[in-house]
Ligand binder design. Sequence first.
Ligand code: SAH
Length: 222
Amino acid sequence: MSAQTRQNPQQPDSPRARQRLLAELRQQGIVNERVLEALDAVHRHHFMDSGLAHCAYRNQAFPIGHGQTISQPAIVARITQVLLLEQPMRKVLEIGTGSGWQAAILDWLGLEVFTIERIAPLYQEVRQRLSRLGYHRTRTRLGDGYQGWPGQAPFDGILLSAAPEEVPHTLFAQLRDGGVLIAPVGPEGRQRLKRYRRQGMQIKVDDLGAVAFVPMLPDVQA
Ligand code: SAH
Protein backbone atom coordinates (compact mmCIF):
# COMPACT_ATOMS: atom_id res chain seq x y z
CA MET A 1 0.00 0.00 0.00
CA SER A 2 1.46 3.38 -0.95
CA ALA A 3 1.73 6.27 1.49
CA GLN A 4 -0.87 8.10 -0.52
CA THR A 5 -3.32 5.23 -0.26
CA ARG A 6 -2.92 5.09 3.51
CA GLN A 7 -3.42 8.79 3.94
CA ASN A 8 -6.36 9.09 1.64
CA PRO A 9 -9.12 6.52 2.06
CA GLN A 10 -11.15 8.50 -0.52
CA GLN A 11 -8.69 7.56 -3.28
CA PRO A 12 -10.31 7.52 -6.74
CA ASP A 13 -10.18 3.75 -7.15
CA SER A 14 -12.17 2.79 -4.12
CA PRO A 15 -13.36 -0.83 -4.41
CA ARG A 16 -15.41 -0.47 -1.26
CA ALA A 17 -17.29 2.57 -2.56
CA ARG A 18 -17.86 0.69 -5.81
CA GLN A 19 -19.31 -2.33 -3.98
CA ARG A 20 -21.63 -0.03 -2.03
CA LEU A 21 -22.83 1.51 -5.27
CA LEU A 22 -23.45 -1.92 -6.82
CA ALA A 23 -25.47 -2.97 -3.76
CA GLU A 24 -27.54 0.19 -4.11
CA LEU A 25 -28.16 -0.53 -7.79
CA ARG A 26 -29.32 -4.07 -6.96
CA GLN A 27 -31.78 -2.62 -4.48
CA GLN A 28 -33.06 -0.31 -7.17
CA GLY A 29 -33.91 -3.24 -9.44
CA ILE A 30 -30.77 -3.87 -11.48
CA VAL A 31 -30.88 -7.67 -11.67
CA ASN A 32 -28.85 -8.35 -14.81
CA GLU A 33 -25.52 -9.71 -13.53
CA ARG A 34 -23.71 -8.77 -16.76
CA VAL A 35 -24.78 -5.17 -16.32
CA LEU A 36 -23.55 -5.17 -12.71
CA GLU A 37 -20.27 -6.77 -13.81
CA ALA A 38 -19.82 -4.08 -16.45
CA LEU A 39 -20.41 -1.29 -13.93
CA ASP A 40 -17.88 -2.95 -11.65
CA ALA A 41 -15.30 -3.38 -14.42
CA VAL A 42 -15.52 -0.05 -16.24
CA HIS A 43 -14.18 2.25 -13.53
CA ARG A 44 -16.09 5.51 -13.55
CA HIS A 45 -13.24 7.53 -12.01
CA HIS A 46 -11.31 7.17 -15.28
CA PHE A 47 -14.08 9.14 -16.99
CA MET A 48 -14.13 12.09 -14.58
CA ASP A 49 -11.89 15.06 -13.83
CA SER A 50 -9.25 14.10 -11.30
CA GLY A 51 -10.62 16.71 -8.88
CA LEU A 52 -13.96 14.87 -8.71
CA ALA A 53 -12.69 11.34 -9.13
CA HIS A 54 -13.02 10.60 -5.41
CA CYS A 55 -16.82 11.01 -5.83
CA ALA A 56 -16.98 8.63 -8.80
CA TYR A 57 -18.89 5.87 -6.98
CA ARG A 58 -21.66 8.09 -5.71
CA ASN A 59 -24.96 7.56 -7.43
CA GLN A 60 -25.02 11.06 -8.93
CA ALA A 61 -24.35 12.91 -12.16
CA PHE A 62 -21.21 15.12 -12.08
CA PRO A 63 -19.97 17.96 -14.29
CA ILE A 64 -17.54 17.06 -17.09
CA GLY A 65 -17.10 20.61 -18.43
CA HIS A 66 -18.87 22.58 -21.17
CA GLY A 67 -22.09 22.51 -19.15
CA GLN A 68 -22.40 18.72 -19.55
CA THR A 69 -22.49 15.86 -17.06
CA ILE A 70 -21.45 12.23 -16.70
CA SER A 71 -24.72 10.31 -16.27
CA GLN A 72 -25.85 8.92 -12.94
CA PRO A 73 -24.88 5.24 -12.44
CA ALA A 74 -28.48 4.19 -11.71
CA ILE A 75 -29.67 5.53 -15.03
CA VAL A 76 -26.76 4.09 -17.04
CA ALA A 77 -27.39 0.70 -15.41
CA ARG A 78 -31.09 0.88 -16.10
CA ILE A 79 -30.76 1.90 -19.74
CA THR A 80 -28.14 -0.78 -20.32
CA GLN A 81 -30.38 -3.40 -18.71
CA VAL A 82 -33.37 -2.37 -20.85
CA LEU A 83 -31.20 -2.46 -23.98
CA LEU A 84 -29.88 -5.97 -23.25
CA LEU A 85 -33.41 -7.33 -22.86
CA GLU A 86 -33.70 -7.08 -26.63
CA GLN A 87 -32.01 -9.78 -28.67
CA PRO A 88 -30.14 -9.78 -30.91
CA MET A 89 -28.42 -6.64 -29.60
CA ARG A 90 -25.07 -6.26 -31.32
CA LYS A 91 -24.77 -2.92 -33.01
CA VAL A 92 -25.73 0.23 -31.10
CA LEU A 93 -25.70 3.95 -31.70
CA GLU A 94 -25.34 6.37 -28.80
CA ILE A 95 -26.14 10.07 -29.18
CA GLY A 96 -24.17 12.15 -26.65
CA THR A 97 -20.80 10.52 -25.89
CA GLY A 98 -19.96 12.98 -23.09
CA SER A 99 -17.35 11.31 -20.88
CA GLY A 100 -17.60 8.02 -22.80
CA TRP A 101 -18.58 5.99 -19.73
CA GLN A 102 -21.85 4.65 -21.14
CA ALA A 103 -20.16 3.83 -24.45
CA ALA A 104 -17.33 1.99 -22.65
CA ILE A 105 -19.84 -0.07 -20.68
CA LEU A 106 -21.59 -1.15 -23.88
CA ASP A 107 -18.21 -1.92 -25.46
CA TRP A 108 -17.19 -3.98 -22.40
CA LEU A 109 -20.42 -5.96 -22.82
CA GLY A 110 -19.28 -6.93 -26.30
CA LEU A 111 -21.48 -4.60 -28.33
CA GLU A 112 -20.33 -2.80 -31.43
CA VAL A 113 -20.68 0.85 -30.39
CA PHE A 114 -21.00 3.97 -32.53
CA THR A 115 -21.23 7.18 -30.54
CA ILE A 116 -21.68 10.83 -31.56
CA GLU A 117 -20.74 13.98 -29.62
CA ARG A 118 -21.54 17.55 -30.75
CA ILE A 119 -19.07 19.55 -28.59
CA ALA A 120 -15.65 19.52 -30.28
CA PRO A 121 -13.39 19.71 -27.17
CA LEU A 122 -15.40 17.00 -25.38
CA TYR A 123 -15.17 14.85 -28.50
CA GLN A 124 -11.37 15.28 -28.66
CA GLU A 125 -11.03 14.41 -25.00
CA VAL A 126 -13.27 11.36 -25.11
CA ARG A 127 -11.62 9.99 -28.24
CA GLN A 128 -8.25 10.04 -26.52
CA ARG A 129 -9.69 8.65 -23.30
CA LEU A 130 -11.40 5.68 -24.95
CA SER A 131 -8.26 4.89 -26.90
CA ARG A 132 -6.01 5.22 -23.83
CA LEU A 133 -8.29 2.92 -21.82
CA GLY A 134 -8.28 0.33 -24.60
CA TYR A 135 -11.78 0.71 -26.02
CA HIS A 136 -10.47 0.59 -29.57
CA ARG A 137 -13.55 -0.99 -31.10
CA THR A 138 -15.89 1.88 -30.17
CA ARG A 139 -16.22 4.37 -33.01
CA THR A 140 -16.64 8.03 -32.10
CA ARG A 141 -17.70 10.90 -34.31
CA LEU A 142 -17.98 14.67 -33.95
CA GLY A 143 -21.41 15.48 -35.32
CA ASP A 144 -25.03 16.34 -34.74
CA GLY A 145 -26.89 13.37 -33.32
CA TYR A 146 -30.10 14.61 -34.94
CA GLN A 147 -28.64 13.21 -38.18
CA GLY A 148 -27.71 9.84 -36.66
CA TRP A 149 -25.01 7.81 -38.44
CA PRO A 150 -26.66 6.82 -41.73
CA GLY A 151 -23.57 5.06 -43.13
CA GLN A 152 -23.70 2.50 -40.30
CA ALA A 153 -27.48 1.96 -40.10
CA PRO A 154 -29.43 -0.12 -39.33
CA PHE A 155 -28.77 -0.43 -35.59
CA ASP A 156 -30.21 -3.03 -33.21
CA GLY A 157 -30.41 -0.33 -30.54
CA ILE A 158 -30.16 3.45 -30.37
CA LEU A 159 -29.75 5.26 -27.11
CA LEU A 160 -29.97 8.95 -26.44
CA SER A 161 -27.81 10.29 -23.60
CA ALA A 162 -29.34 13.78 -24.01
CA ALA A 163 -33.03 14.67 -24.11
CA PRO A 164 -34.78 15.96 -27.25
CA GLU A 165 -38.29 17.47 -27.09
CA GLU A 166 -39.24 14.80 -29.60
CA VAL A 167 -37.25 11.91 -31.04
CA PRO A 168 -36.17 12.85 -34.58
CA HIS A 169 -37.63 10.58 -37.26
CA THR A 170 -34.20 10.27 -38.85
CA LEU A 171 -33.22 8.11 -35.88
CA PHE A 172 -36.23 5.77 -36.13
CA ALA A 173 -35.33 5.30 -39.79
CA GLN A 174 -31.86 4.05 -38.69
CA LEU A 175 -33.30 1.35 -36.43
CA ARG A 176 -33.67 -2.20 -37.75
CA ASP A 177 -37.11 -3.76 -37.78
CA GLY A 178 -37.67 -5.02 -34.21
CA GLY A 179 -34.92 -2.73 -32.84
CA VAL A 180 -35.34 -0.44 -29.83
CA LEU A 181 -34.56 3.20 -29.21
CA ILE A 182 -34.29 4.40 -25.60
CA ALA A 183 -34.49 8.11 -24.94
CA PRO A 184 -35.23 10.72 -22.31
CA VAL A 185 -37.87 12.91 -23.97
CA GLY A 186 -39.34 16.30 -23.10
CA PRO A 187 -38.39 19.71 -21.74
CA GLU A 188 -36.11 20.10 -18.69
CA GLY A 189 -37.99 19.27 -15.52
CA ARG A 190 -40.59 17.16 -17.34
CA GLN A 191 -38.59 14.45 -19.05
CA ARG A 192 -39.76 10.85 -19.34
CA LEU A 193 -37.57 7.90 -20.24
CA LYS A 194 -39.18 6.12 -23.20
CA ARG A 195 -38.58 2.90 -25.05
CA TYR A 196 -39.64 2.83 -28.70
CA ARG A 197 -39.81 -0.42 -30.64
CA ARG A 198 -39.89 -0.37 -34.41
CA GLN A 199 -42.30 -2.92 -35.86
CA GLY A 200 -42.34 -2.53 -39.63
CA MET A 201 -43.60 0.96 -40.29
CA GLN A 202 -45.08 1.21 -36.77
CA ILE A 203 -43.42 2.51 -33.62
CA LYS A 204 -44.61 1.12 -30.27
CA VAL A 205 -43.74 3.19 -27.19
CA ASP A 206 -43.48 2.42 -23.44
CA ASP A 207 -42.99 4.99 -20.68
CA LEU A 208 -40.25 3.99 -18.21
CA GLY A 209 -40.64 6.91 -15.77
CA ALA A 210 -39.30 10.37 -14.91
CA VAL A 211 -35.61 11.23 -15.57
CA ALA A 212 -33.32 14.29 -15.72
CA PHE A 213 -30.84 14.59 -18.60
CA VAL A 214 -29.08 17.50 -20.28
CA PRO A 215 -30.95 18.69 -23.41
CA MET A 216 -30.17 17.36 -26.86
CA LEU A 217 -29.07 20.39 -28.90
CA PRO A 218 -28.69 20.80 -32.66
CA ASP A 219 -25.49 21.36 -34.67
CA VAL A 220 -21.84 20.94 -33.83
CA GLN A 221 -20.24 23.35 -31.31
CA ALA A 222 -16.61 24.28 -31.96
N1 SAH B 1 -23.48 9.05 -21.37
C1 SAH B 1 -22.73 10.28 -21.24
C2 SAH B 1 -23.68 11.43 -21.11
C3 SAH B 1 -23.06 12.75 -21.35
S1 SAH B 1 -24.15 14.13 -21.23
C4 SAH B 1 -21.85 10.18 -19.99
O1 SAH B 1 -22.20 9.43 -19.08
O2 SAH B 1 -20.84 10.85 -19.90
C5 SAH B 1 -24.86 14.18 -22.83
C6 SAH B 1 -23.95 14.57 -23.96
O3 SAH B 1 -24.79 14.71 -25.11
C7 SAH B 1 -23.24 15.90 -23.82
O4 SAH B 1 -21.86 15.70 -23.93
C8 SAH B 1 -23.77 16.75 -24.98
O5 SAH B 1 -22.81 17.60 -25.55
C9 SAH B 1 -24.22 15.67 -25.96
N2 SAH B 1 -25.22 16.08 -26.95
C10 SAH B 1 -26.30 16.88 -26.79
N3 SAH B 1 -26.96 17.04 -27.96
C11 SAH B 1 -26.28 16.29 -28.88
C12 SAH B 1 -26.44 16.06 -30.28
N4 SAH B 1 -27.42 16.61 -31.00
N5 SAH B 1 -25.56 15.26 -30.90
C13 SAH B 1 -24.52 14.69 -30.23
N6 SAH B 1 -24.31 14.89 -28.92
C14 SAH B 1 -25.16 15.68 -28.25
